[in-house]
Design a protein around this ligand. Structure first.
Ligand code: BG6
Length: 462
């Protein structure tokens, strides 16, 4: 929900214009926004690669073409808005040029698609050159590498920008099916009575990827799976599943409830975490030959509230697994007295929420198999099957930031609370268990969840 007083940004500046993130995500998002008429403003790229505007336009076109067919008039509209400043981030002249290029624009949106180590110097440069007043700033994950560094980054940003002008990106929050978790839970009445420890036995979330680190070995060595996707994407999904009803749908009401649930998550115990590494990771470019960085994690988490006492939450993420799919599985308890004795834990009711790459909500139920015996089989009631093409998360999030809607961005205290949850497991120097590419990770990952009927492996998208 956008605040009534929010001013629409009147220019978009992106640092890191010649980089990887711009190529993969930002140009396609700018193109999508242009197509929808949402980018009627100067768009200024800043980089340090000895490029000129012509080269930047070529890069933009190549990036957009990689994501789909390019409509020439739309691209031309974007291309005409693009401007480029080639400059060193340490040099005040870069920011003076930016001020000049901004012209009349008084409320720019600055997107920092650069390593966090550069945030202080860029933020200071913007402030000194008069580019920060009434401005917004969008920052990329990973937001810090632990609680202390996240706090330090917050301090750096707060020295120049109020919290309401800071937009921390977690692109999972820009995904339609992730936002639908909130809507589905709180837009219906039939789930609330069963959404608690009395009816739910356990919850598991799997984020599987059937590819490795894709040339990002150097980056991945610095993060590993816990920092890359657990502290942010997975805990955000978990928060949406477990939080209490927000007072309303305003950005702050949502974030207040998320903060409460992050605070209720028990910091992860190393004994409830299993780290794995796919065979072959150590020979990836940029990876140390004796690297102990995890490419797979399976963990059990507890939420200390009345609603969730004794309900285990399991998270499993990994690279080089058999499929690419993110799925939530909510296991309901078995009927209090089983009169049909063929039903095992794995056969009891469940809710399956598929968050990607395709989208689905299904309820697992038992029905009787025709015949004289009282035996049944599993069926799924498909509640929702969304096949319409969904807006890519970066396009959605950039559009929201331009309008000043922070609902799908994370707040300082929430990011810090999420770091507190993973803090005890961040710096493990134990050897991760090696697993074969194409498998579901180390076999021992199954042991931690045996009592709940095991992991439910998502199927590949059909
Ligand atoms: C990114 C991680 O944040 O999310 C990547 O850095 C991961 O390692 C990616 O592959 C997954 O995003 P999606 O939208 O493809 O599920």
């Amino acid at each position: 929900m956008v605040d009534d007083n929010a001013v629409r940004s009147d220019a978009l500046v992106f640092f890191g214009a010649t980089g990887d993130l711009a190529y993969k995500q930002i140009y396609p998002a700018l193109y999508g926004l242009t197509r929808r008429g949402q980018l009627e403003m100067p768009v200024i790229g800043i980089g340090k690669s000895n490029w000129d505007l012509g080269r930047l336009r070529e890069q933009a076109r190549a990036s957009i073409a990689e994501h789909g067919p390019v409509d020439d008039p739309t691209f031309e509209r974007l291309s005409q808005r693009l401007q480029y400043i080639d400059g060193n981030y340490l040099d005040p002249a870069t920011y003076s040029k930016l001020r000049q290029t901004l012209g009349q624009a008084a409320a720019p949106l600055h997107y920092l698609a650069i390593p966090p180590s550069l945030f202080p110097v860029v933020v200071q440069g913007l402030a000194n050159a008069g580019c920060a007043g009434h401005a917004r700033v969008v920052v990329e994950k990973p937001f810090g590498r632990d609680l202390a560094s996240a706090r330090a980054l917050d301090q750096t940003l707060h020295a120049t920008f109020p919290e309401s002008s800071i937009f921390r990106i977690d692109h999972y929050l820009g995904k339609e099916p992730v936002e639908n978790l909130l809507y589905f839970r709180f837009g219906n009445s039939f789930f609330e009575p069963i959404w608690n420890r009395t009816y739910i036995a356990s919850v598991q979330i799997t984020m599987a990827e059937n590819f490795g680190v894709q040339g990002r070995g150097r980056f991945y060595e610095e993060v590993g799976a816990i920092r890359d996707v657990v502290q942010n994407h997975m805990l955000q999904v978990l928060a949406l599943l477990a939080m209490e009803t927000p007072l309303n749908s305003s950005a702050n009401a949502l974030r207040n409830e998320k903060l409460r649930i992050f605070n209720a998550m028990r910091p992860l115990a190393p004994s409830e975490v299993l780290r794995g590494q796919f065979r072959g990771y150590r020979v990836e470019p940029g990876v140390a030959p004796d690297s102990r960085v995890e490419t797979f994690v399976a963990l059990r988490l507890h939420i200390d509230t009345w609603r969730w006492a004794d309900v285990p939450f399991y998270i499993r993420v990994g690279k080089c697994l058999p499929v690419t799919a993110t799925e939530v599985w909510v296991q309901l308890r078995r009927p209090p007295q089983m009169i049909f004795d063929e039903v095992s834990v794995r056969d009891s009711n469940y809710l399956r929420l598929r968050l990607g790459p395709d989208v689905l909500i299904a309820l697992g139920a038992r029905v009787k198999t025709p015949g004289i015996a009282l035996v049944g089989r599993n069926v799924e009631l498909v509640v929702h099957d969304e096949s319409a093409s969904l807006m890519p998360p970066y396009e959605r999030l950039l559009g929201d930031a331009i309008r000043g809607d922070g609902s799908l961005f994370t707040r300082d205290d929430c990011v810090e609370a999420a770091w507190s949850v993973v803090e005890p497991i961040l710096n493990s120097d134990s050897q991760p268990e090696i697993y074969e590419p194409g498998s579901w990770g180390p076999a021992t990952a199954g042991l931690m969840i045996q009592g709940e009927g095991g992991w439910h492996d998502p199927l590949a998208a059909g």
